[in-house]
Design a protein around this ligand. Structure first.
Ligand code: NAD
Length: 247
């Protein structure tokens, strides 16, 4: 049965992987993203409905929600990566990370959860950095940790409405975001080499594809996960299970 799925940040990366997975099932997908050009290309390619929205703007999210009458699944994938310790993160960067990565999820849920039908669900893309921070991601990892608390609070609040709420926590995933970081911190090496090196820090020896994360998002949003709510599912190649030490 075709469902209506809303995906924030669905024009690229993990969000796009989720869009492709739901489209493959024949679902009607509404994509919210601030990249209007990428949205137009995606609409042409996959037949999805694109709505140009900055999730950091809560009023725009409320307006976007008026475009759909009923939602079966909401996937919150929009997010940004910014670097800095707590000492050297400018207030403007802190505000941006909180507005997009935390406010963008909170207010997307505020706008769309009232439209989610009984039996529907919300999936939030957090990060393993909610558990184990790398260096210089103070605001980012704080925000991802906040998302896990939000997911648990929403799972409790909306269980009686028949709405499940879960998080996925990816390790490194080969997306434009990861490659931008690899170019920034690669010290002149090719991004492929940097991504491969980062992959070796995961026990499975590589980074994930967006499709591998999308598979878990799709499962959590499906009736197959009917008794799963308030969970955070790591999709991290074993990164947080132990140390990828070569003996
Ligand atoms: P990406 O930058 O490759 O793609 C993000 C998409 O979100 C883009 O289409 C972008 O236009 C959109 N977006 C960004 N800010 C937005 C805003 N304010 N309003 C609307 N749209 C916005 O990123 P990605 O790597 O696919 O990351 C997706 C999510 O997964 C993020 O929340 C990120 O923190 C999380 N994550 C990524 C990784 C990774 O290794 N790539 C790992 C763990 C968690």
């Amino acid at each position: 049965m075709s469902r209506t799925v809303v995906v924030t940040g669905g024009a690229a990366g993990i969000g796009r992987g989720a869009v492709e997975r739901f489209v493959a099932e024949g679902d009607q997908v509404v994509v919210l993203d601030r990249d209007a050009d990428a949205l137009a290309a995606l609409s042409d390619e996959l037949g999805v409905r694109g709505v140009a929205v900055d999730v950091g703007d809560r009023d725009s999210l409320a307006v976007a929600a008026q475009e759909v009458s009923s939602v079966d699944a909401l996937v919150c994938a929009a997010g940004i990566q910014r670097y800095g310790t707590v000492v050297d993160t400018p207030a403007s960067v802190y505000d941006e990370v909180m507005a997009v990565n935390v406010g963008g999820v909170f207010f997307a849920c505020q706008a769309f959860v009232p439209k989610v039908s009984r039996g529907g669900s919300v999936v939030v893309v957090a990060s393993v950095q909610a558990y184990a921070a790398q260096k210089s991601v103070a605001a980012y990892s704080m925000g991802k940790g906040a998302l896990l608390s939000l997911v648990r609070a929403m799972a409790v609040d909306h269980a009686a409405d028949g709405i499940r709420v879960n998080a996925v926590c990816p390790g490194s995933v080969d997306t434009p975001m990861l490659r931008t970081s690899a170019a920034q911190f690669g010290g002149g090496r090719s991004t492929d080499d940097v991504v491969a090196e980062w992959g070796r820090s995961h026990p499975l020896g590589r980074v994930a594809t967006p499709g591998e994360v999308a598979e878990v998002i799709h499962f959590l949003a499906s009736p197959a996960a009917a008794f799963v709510t308030g969970a955070d599912v790591k999709v991290d190649g074993g990164l947080t299970a132990g140390l990828a030490v070569v003996l």
